[in-house]
Design a protein around this ligand. Structure first.
Ligand code: PXL
Length: 284
């Protein structure tokens, strides 16, 4: 395996829920970042028995009150972070707390990555109300990198949501709209133009440059793929890859995990079989 000689050790603060079963949020971010050689510190925002995507009767222990004290304790220890990375956040109050933390981390030089987890397939997740995308838009406004899917991008920008396959025109309009709500690098996921490939479209609003990072498309829909993609993307950025290369690695890794899941015939709610691909340092 080729070692990137210029790589220096990096530490990420991941702020997501922990869903005990179902492979998403922290149960995905931790193994992926660790396997990529990145230290991953966590602030769990809630503890659930499973994620909320297709299960009923799940437990939900809210940890809103602990988020800021955890961060203050870290500060009292003089800890610094190369990146802050958020995903599923359970309430408008959590969005505000995390925005405050990210503001402080950014002042100290951290890269802020926001995956605005809240919707898919044209629909807001059932646990959120219609005002939630406005709060998520504010969190994205202060980020350096955002990783919305098509539904989340449409909800935050007021654009029309469409089912794929997409046209380049629709995708690039959506990217331009994202450029209107934030200066962050936009990595739009769930992009496909035909049955063969699926991945991300990127827009760097500072240069106006658009790029695509596509991999083999696996038919079907698999829970947690957005979290898997975003976690590999963060790992790649921390390993100083150009964003389009980090997104390509993320698309390849996610596609391979979806393929294994399809081949195994496992329940798509149980998450994707990403574990066997965890020698991902080879990709980065
Ligand atoms: O995969 C995103 C996600 C994360 N965390 C929780 C979720 C979901 C999506 O449904 O319910 C708790």
């Amino acid at each position: 395996m080729a070692e990137n000689k210029s790589f220096t050790r990096k530490r990420v603060a991941a702020i997501h829920d922990i869903s005990g079963f179902g492979k998403c949020s922290l149960t995905v971010a931790l193994p992926i970042l660790s396997a990529a050689g990145i230290e991953c510190s966590v602030i769990p925002t809630a503890v659930l028995s499973t994620h909320t995507g297709g299960f009923t009767g799940y437990t939900y222990r809210d940890l809103t009150e602990d988020i800021l004290p955890v961060f203050r304790h870290w500060q009292s220890l003089g800890l610094t972070f190369d990146a802050g990375y958020s995903g599923f956040l359970g309430s408008p109050e959590q969005l505000e707390i995390v925005a405050g933390i990210f503001g402080e981390m950014k002042n100290d030089g951290a890269m802020i990555v926001v995956d605005p987890v809240m919707a898919d397939d044209g629909k807001l997740y059932s646990t959120f109300d219609a005002a939630f995308p406005d709060g998520m838009r504010s969190l994205c406004a202060g980020a350096d990198v955002i990783v919305p899917n098509i539904t989340e991008a449409a909800l935050m920008t007021g654009a029309e949501y469409k089912d794929g396959p997409y046209t380049r025109e629709y995708i690039e309009k959506l990217l331009a709209r994202l450029g209107g709500i934030t200066d962050a690098l936009a990595v739009l996921t769930g992009v496909f133009f035909d049955e063969k490939e699926l991945g991300a479209a990127l827009l760097d609003p500072k240069t106006g440059k658009t790029a695509y990072a596509l991999a083999r498309r696996v038919p079907g829909s698999y829970h947690g793929t957005g979290d898997v993609f975003a976690s590999v993307l963060v790992a790649g950025l921390m390993r100083a890859l150009p964003p389009a290369d980090a997104a390509r690695a993320a698309a390849e890794f996610t596609s391979a995990a979806a393929r294994r899941t399809k081949d195994a015939g496992s329940d798509p709610r149980f998450g994707v079989l990403f574990e066997e691909g965890l020698s991902i340092k080879a990709l980065l």
